[in-house]
Design a protein. Structure first.
Ligand SMILES: [Zn+2]
Length: 244
């Protein structure tokens, strides 16, 4: 049973294959464990499918079967490091080969990419949002500390719904790096929550998620969860009902 005390006291072990709490040593957490962490932080929740349970009204007014605010968890360095180790274990299971560097989409995935780079013993490259784009959708990579020619780079994302920012960041790495680089055929994703679960990306890379849930949103009038009899509630004031 996870508690805030455990979450604040847990540490990644030196070999990055276990976690430590006081004088205990545990396995790395499972995806279900980390979903529990999200619930404790009121940072993530997924509808159980049971119409007796409530579902969420989003900020936009739409109704949804899931919600994640990953930074609420990743803002704790000990938990971010453990999440990084969990993602590396998944990437290795998926056949992660040698990489020369990692990068994450700005700004939300940069610290997580940094932890993964450190645990893999490689450099972390830091793309930025293009200051000339008021929408913050375009990315740039400054050439003053480039990746050497032929480097294999691993993309890391904290949360993926559509992968638009992942694509924009890869484009920035290619455009901004003065030497040609290639990309690992897999992309590490902490929380994959697309409306339809597809792992293959248009550029041929494959998403390797740690947590994965199909999450969708609907206009209230078209909401299938309301139609099935589930109650729609605002997460902020009804968290206990959602996370029950
Ligand atoms: Zn609804």
């Amino acid at each position: 049973m996870w508690t805030m005390e455990k979450l604040m006291g847990i540490r990644l072990s030196h070999d990055a294959r276990r976690v430590e709490f006081k004088d205990e040593v545990w396995r790395l957490p499972s995806p279900d464990d980390v979903l529990e962490w999200f619930k404790l932080f009121r940072a993530g929740w997924v509808y159980s499918g049971d119409p007796a349970r409530a579902h969420a009204i989003l900020h936009s007014g739409k109704h949804s079967n899931g919600f994640f605010l990953v930074k609420r968890l990743l803002s704790f360095g000990n938990l971010r490091e453990i999440a990084a180790a969990c993602m590396i274990a998944e990437l290795r299971k998926a056949g992660l080969g040698k990489v020369d560097g990692v990068y994450g989409s700005p700004y939300s995935s940069i610290l997580l990419a940094g932890d993964i780079g450190r645990l893999l013993g490689v450099k972390t490259f830091v793309p930025e949002k293009d200051p000339s784009d008021p929408k913050g959708k375009k990315m740039i990579f400054k050439p003053d500390d480039p990746a050497p020619e032929g480097s294999v780079l691993l993309g890391i994302e904290e949360l993926v719904t559509t992968f638009d920012s992942g694509e924009a960041t890869k484009a920035a790495m290619i455009a901004g790096n003065p030497y040609p680089v290639t990309f690992a055929p897999i992309v590490g994703v902490l929380v994959h929550r697309p409306p339809e679960i597809v792992h293959a990306l248009p550029d041929g890379r494959v998403i390797v998620p740690f947590i994965e849930r199909q999450v969708d949103a609907w206009d209230p009038a078209q909401c299938p969860l309301c139609a099935a009899g589930s109650k729609a509630v605002l997460p902020k004031t009804n968290w206990a009902e959602l996370a029950a």
